[in-house]
Each structure stands twice: as structure tokens, then as C-alpha cells.
Ligand binder design. Structure first.
Ligand code: XIL
Length: 376
């Protein structure tokens, strides 16, 4: 009796701890030959002070993006100086672990210090001066990591949701050609690096059409854009798999690499009507916006798994055009969605839970890859 009970127990332990799906297959292996699987890293991960997170990244992913440390405000906070320490560590982590290393991002209207656009008296600088500053920044940052960072998000979020060009300080001061200039400067600094245009809500038709037109035009003019990043900040019910399908298809037709660069799926109630990923959105915390503080109910866990399976089904269909799928974070604990667009929520958008354990959504994503290789 005792004996058989311990056998049953041992089997359970082996079944639960030693042979779950994730112990056998990793994300990067499951999608080997289809596309790279990436994660956005915080400093705690690439310096390995978060040992669990770092181990997870090494085991599961083969591409990395810095979540904040290469943004202008971090790497070039004052006119006098660059802060390369964190970025250097990030790139070293990537090289040591044989990752495809992304630089994020060079020209954006957010997380860019005001001084960039102003003279000593606080007046706006002119076109030539801003172009000079942009050139200096790109030359210094891209040049420092030449041959080491494999791809750059050169211009981030240049379009409004209706498809018009966003009225940022870059555009106001330099003019519409600031986009082309950024790519030219990046190419000059590292001719071999991939150079991407990156944006959110490209799945919505107006923005998608505008972006395809922008990329088509730039390439026709000889501007060195080599890829497009769909950020992929998705909701449980938006965009539809058909929208994602049509969007990847539309960019693939232009002959550029397509990537999903910041994937997460928000399961929390929407705080605002708006479904884009504008980081300036900010809504006050209310209990009804934060329903799962004690854990995600099974039913929602399953809905999330199904949603991820549907998305990866579409991604796999496009594997010839899709170079990479990068998640914006590693575990739910580190997701930016715990603080955006509402500060202090408990969010569940990724494949690993707060303790770094794979969720049902992880198993679902692995199963999609297995199904595809079985069908080959
Ligand atoms: C986010 C970071 O994850 C946050 O830590 C930061 O406070 C704001 O920016 N689109 C992008 C990313 O291109 O750089 C943003 O990252 C998320 C939206």
C-alpha cells in the first residue's frame, strides 16, 4: 500500500515537475526554421541581477531588444554626454548568449529629452541644427555598436492613427524628410545593419495603408529601409487574426522583412476607448480596472491561450516573410502593462507568469509549432 502510494506520488512529481511541455521544448527551438523569438529586456535581466529572468531568456529566446536603455533619454541624456554603461552591458549579454541583437530606438517623439529640440535659450533649433544633432546621435550610437547590434528600430511611431504623418518636433523642425534622413544616417553608420520602421496599430486599415505607402515611397527613393516592425500591443479581441494576416501580407508584398517587435496581449478591462499604444495615455487606477489581483481565473487563462494560438497560427502562415516575433517583456511581473495606461495594475499579457512559470498560453504557442511541423 505504502509502496504503491509512493510510486503514484513519484509519478505525479515527475509528471508535474520534470516532464511538462516546457521542459521538453523551448520557444526558440519550436520556431527554429520559422522565425526568431525575442524578448524585451530590462536592466535587471541583462545584468543578471534577476537570475530567473536571465535564465529564462537564455533558454527560451534567440533575440533581444532593450526595453528602455537605448532610448535617447537614457543613452544621450544631456547635450554634453552619452551614457553607454547599460547599453554596453546589454550588447555584451546578447553577444555572450548568441542572440540576434536589436537596438531600440533612434528617432522617436517620446523618451527624447527636450534639449534635443532647443537651443541654450530654450528656443526651437532650426532644421540644419536638428539634422546635425540627429546625425551626431545616430553616428555615435550606431557607430559604437557597428557589427554587433544586428538591427535598429530607426524611426518609431511616425504616423497618426488616421495615417497622416505625426506632428512631432522632428517633423515640425526638419520637415517630412526627417524619416528618410534618419535611415540614411543609420545606414552610413553601419551599412550592414538591418534598419526598421516600427509602429503600433498597423493592423488598422488607414494606418496600414499609410505605412505601406510610406515604406514603398522611401524604398523607391532608395532610402535603406529593410524591414517593418508591427509592435503587436494587442487586446484579447483586437486585432482579428484576419487583420494581422492582411497586415503581414501587405508589408511582405513590398519585399521588406516583417517582424512583430513588441508582442503582448492585454486581458484587463480597457481603461480607455483608444486601443493604440501611445505611451502618454494615463488613466487613474480604479478597482474595476484591476479585477485579477489574486490571480488570473482559468477561463481567462484559456481565452488568452486560444488568442495566442490564433496569433501564432497567422505568424506561422507567414513564416517566409516573418523574421522575428519579439515579446515586450519576459514574465508578467515585468510587463509595462502593469503600469500603462493605468499605474499599478496586475496584468497577465505574456507567456510566463510572475514566478517565471510557463502559462497555458506558452503550451498553446508550442503546440501550434508542433502542429505545423507534423503537417509538413
Ligand atoms: C515602454 C517601456 O516598456 C516602458 O518601461 C516605458 O515607461 C515606456 O515605454 N512602444 C514602444 C516601446 O516602442 O518603447 C514602449 O516601451 C512601449 C510602446
Amino acid at each position: 500500500m505504502m509502496f504503491s502510494r509512493s510510486i503514484v506520488l513519484a509519478t505525479l512529481v515527475v509528471g508535474r515537475l520534470c516532464l511538462p511541455l516546457h521542459a521538453q521544448t523551448t520557444l526558440k527551438d519550436a520556431y527554429q526554421g520559422s522565425f526568431r523569438i525575442g524578448a524585451a529586456l530590462s536592466q535587471a535581466i541583462y545584468t543578471e541581477s534577476d537570475a530567473t529572468g536571465a535564465a529564462l531568456v537564455k533558454a527560451q529566446f534567440n533575440s533581444i531588444t532593450p526595453d528602455n536603455d537605448l532610448k535617447w533619454e537614457r543613452i544621450h541624456p544631456t547635450p554634453q554626454g552619452f551614457e553607454f554603461g547599460p547599453a554596453d552591458r546589454y550588447v555584451e549579454f546578447g553577444e555572450k548568449n548568441h542572440m540576434f541583437i536589436i537596438g531600440h530606438c533612434l528617432v522617436w517623439h517620446n523618451q527624447t529629452p527636450r534639449w534635443v529640440f532647443e537651443d541654450d535659450k530654450g528656443n526651437p533649433v532650426g532644421r540644419e541644427e536638428l539634422l546635425r544633432r540627429m546625425h551626431d546621435h545616430i553616428q555615435t550610437v550606431v557607430g559604437r555598436y557597428k557589427g554587433r547590434v544586428n538591427g535598429w528600430d530607426v524611426v518609431n511611431e511616425a504616423l497618426n492613427d488616421d495615417g497622416t504623418l505625426r506632428q512631432t518636433a522632428w517633423r515640425k523642425i526638419i520637415g517630412e524628410d526627417y524619416v528618410a534622413k534618419a535611415f540614411e544616417f543609420a545606414h552610413e553608420a553601419d551599412p550592414k545593419a538591418d534598419l526598421y520602421y516600427n509602429d503600433y496599430s498597423l493592423e488598422d486599415e488607414a494606418k496600414r495603408n499609410a505605412a505601406t505607402e510610406l515604406i514603398r515611397k522611401l524604398r523607391a527613393e532608395g532610402v535603406p529601409v529593410t524591414g517593418v516592425g508591427l509592435q503587436g500591443h494587442y487586446k484579447i479581441d483586437w486585432p482579428s487574426p484576419d487583420q494581422v494576416d492582411a497586415t503581414i501580407g501587405a508589408f511582405a508584398k513590398l519585399g521588406v522583412k516583417v517582424m512583430v517587435t513588441e508582442l503582448d496581449v492585454d486581458v484587463l478591462p480597457s481603461a480607455i476607448q483608444y486601443r493604440g499604444a501611445d505611451i502618454s495615455a494615463n488613466v487613474e487606477l480604479q478597482p474595476k480596472l484591476n479585477p485579477y489581483t489574486n490571480g488570473l481565473p482559468d477561463s481567462v487563462q484559456q481565452t488568452l491561450a486560444k488568442r495566442y494560438a490564433d496569433l501564432f497560427g497567422v505568424f506561422l502562415k507567414h513564416r517566409a516573410a516573418l523574421a522575428r516575433v519579439t515579446f515586450w517583456g519576459v514574465t508578467d511581473a515585468s510587463s509595462w502593462l502593469n503600469n500603462w495606461p493605468v499605474r499599478g495594475r496586475t496584468s497577465y499579457p505574456l507567456l510566463f507568469d510572475r514566478d517565471g512559470r510557463p502559462k497555458l498560453a506558452f503550451d498553446a504557442v508550442i503546440k501550434v509549432a508542433r502542429g505545423a511541423s507534423a503537417a509538413k
